[in-house]
Design a protein around this ligand. Structure first.
Ligand code: NDP
Length: 484
């Protein structure tokens, strides 16, 4: 086989096939390979006329069909299969070639793989791909890591297939080794939080106000014309308006209330714990999915143990309208917190791993193609670009004003949820984080006192430098200084 393809794709399931088609539609000459040939055949039979494809039956044929220096994008199952495919390719490739992993890899695996490949002279690029199957076909948001040299070579290819926001391609070089997959992981964490907040808003209108899915769908449709304008709000209206063909009922009523997850939300929270960054909204969203899976337990708790207060909130027409506005404001404030916490996590990791991530650029490439695309990402990128968010996104004037305008509504919603027994883990935890943030003095002083009593962990004083310990068991319980 002669080397004619400028790029290749390995793994032709939903994501890989769509990405290969997107590449071919944009004038790339695309080598394609899948472990089982049936998928390759399916792609060529159904979409072969969309551009230039070079189907390969073996990995050897695939590598031989790539122009030197070679570029191969892997879109296979994350974990061991990705390692297997990387090693198979690397054995046939040469120094200077590029392997891109577009799967949802854990960023620490990407750091390890990059190190292993770079020892063999091969550029390894962990690349976050967001937007699902449709995004991969029509324009994803792309978050590549890896070396500067590999980015220079990949740039024209990736820019050709990425989503465009105001004409700008939604792809940027995030940083070295695992930076791309790290940012994709946090993107997914924010997605969890955003989705849970929308679900909590729906629940308040459904259980709290007794509205039908159709009516709530109309509210979300209206909200999409406000500061909340985003892909997730748009699709929420679509889902709520959808009827089940079998029963004629609203689809949302026949779907089992057990939210699935594939692990990226959990990674975001585990990593945040390790970095010591509070991502309370994301964590609560992950836990909420966990609790949703306990269907039998919830049923037993509700039917046999805890009736709780009446969920229905009785309101007159005007009060109802005002309450729905309150929900919108609570949603907006909590969403700002979720994004701010996500960006804090990226900042913290950037320092630990020496990544120098341009946060404004990250916000810009999330404006189109990806699941969390939202109008307010323009404001986020401006805030980072102008240095207004250097300390904290919430301190940037636009977000400070937004939070101030939403604050009273946000508090009313959290208080109402508590009074009516409607769970609002992300609304409530976001508000608690906000209140913690604006506390000059927290009860952590008491915790330090307890820690010193039971474990001699020492404490610091507000009026003197150094570490101190009370001789709790001694008569007089005197304070001693343990370090200066
Ligand atoms: P899957 O994650 O379902 O993976 C299936 C593909 O992996 C098939 O091509 C399969 O080959 C191949 N594969 C599995 N095991 C091996 C192995 N040991 N050796 C070689 N190939 C193997 O496919 P998706 O298209 O859904 O996702 C691809 C990647 O993209 C995943 O890492 C996923 O996490 C990520 N991703 C997915 C998104 C989505 O919305 N689905 C969004 C963003 C990223 P075969 O046909 O022979 O079984």
């Amino acid at each position: 086989m002669t080397a004619q393809a400028n790029v290749g794709v390995v793994g032709l399931a939903a994501m890989g096939a769509s990405l290969a088609r997107n590449l071919a539609r944009h004038g790339n000459k695309v080598a394609v390979f899948n472990r089982s040939y049936a998928r390759t055949e399916h792609l060529i039979d159904n979409y072969g006329d969309e551009g230039t494809f070079y189907p390969a039956k073996t990995v050897q044929e695939f590598v031989a069909s790539l122009e030197r220096p070679r570029t191969a994008i892997i879109m296979v199952k994350a974990g061991e299969p990705t390692d297997d495919v990387i090693n198979e390719l690397a054995d046939l490739m040469e120094p200077g070639d590029i392997i891109v992993d577009g799967g949802n890899a854990f960023y620490q695996d990407t750091i390890r793989r990059e190190k292993e490949m770079s020892a063999r002279g091969i550029h390894f690029v962990g690349m976050g791909v967001s937007g699902g199957e449709e995004g991969a076909l029509l324009g994803p948001s792309l978050m590549p890591g890896g070396s500067d040299e590999s980015w220079e070579r990949l740039k024209p290819i990736l820019e050709s297939i990425a989503a465009k926001a105001e004409g700008e391609p939604c792809v940027t070089h995030i940083g070295p080794n695992g930076a791309g997959h790290f940012v994709k992981m946090v993107h997914n964490g924010i997605e969890y939080s955003d989705m849970q907040l929308i679900a909590e808003s729906y629940d308040l209108m459904r259980r709290g106000l007794g509205m039908s899915p159709d009516q709530i769908g109309d509210v979300f449709q209206e909200w999409n014309g406000t500061e909340l304008n985003s892909y997730l709000i748009e699709i929420t209206a679509e889902v709520l308006h959808k009827k089940d063909e079998k029963t004629g009922q609203p689809l949302v009523d026949v779907i089992l209330d057990h939210a699935g997850m594939k692990g990226t939300g959990t990674w975001t929270v585990q990593t945040a714990l390790m970095l010591g960054v509070p991502v309370t909204g994301i964590a609560e969203a992950v836990f909420a999915r966990g609790l949703s899976s306990e269907i039998e337990l919830r049923d037993e708790a509700a039917k046999q143990h805890f009736a709780g207060p009446q969920a229905l909130i009785e309101l007159g027409d005007d009060e109802r309208k005002a309450f729905i506005d309150d929900i919108r404001h609570a949603l907006y404030a909590s969403k700002i917190i979720a994004y701010a916490q996500g960006f804090n996590e990226i900042t913290a990791a950037g320092k630990v791993y020496d990544w120098h991530i341009d946060l404004a650029a990250v916000a810009r490439i999330w404006r189109a193609g990806c699941i969390i695309r939202a109008e307010f990402l323009d404001r986020i990128s401006e805030s980072f670009e102008t240095g207004q968010a250097d300390v904290l996104l919430l301190f940037a004037p636009y977000f400070k004003k937004a939070i101030e305008e939403c604050e009273a509504s946000w508090r009313r919603i959290v208080a109402t949820c508590a009074a009516h027994g409607i769970p609002d883990p992300v609304f409530a935890s976001s508000l608690a984080y906000f209140d913690g943030l604006r506390s000059t003095r927290l009860p952590a002083s008491l915790i330090q006192g307890q820690r010193d009593l039971f474990g001699a962990h020492t404490y610091q004083r507000v009026d003197e430098p150094g570490s101190f310990h009370i001789l709790w068991a001694e008569p007089g319980q005197e304070e001693i200084q343990t370090s200066k």
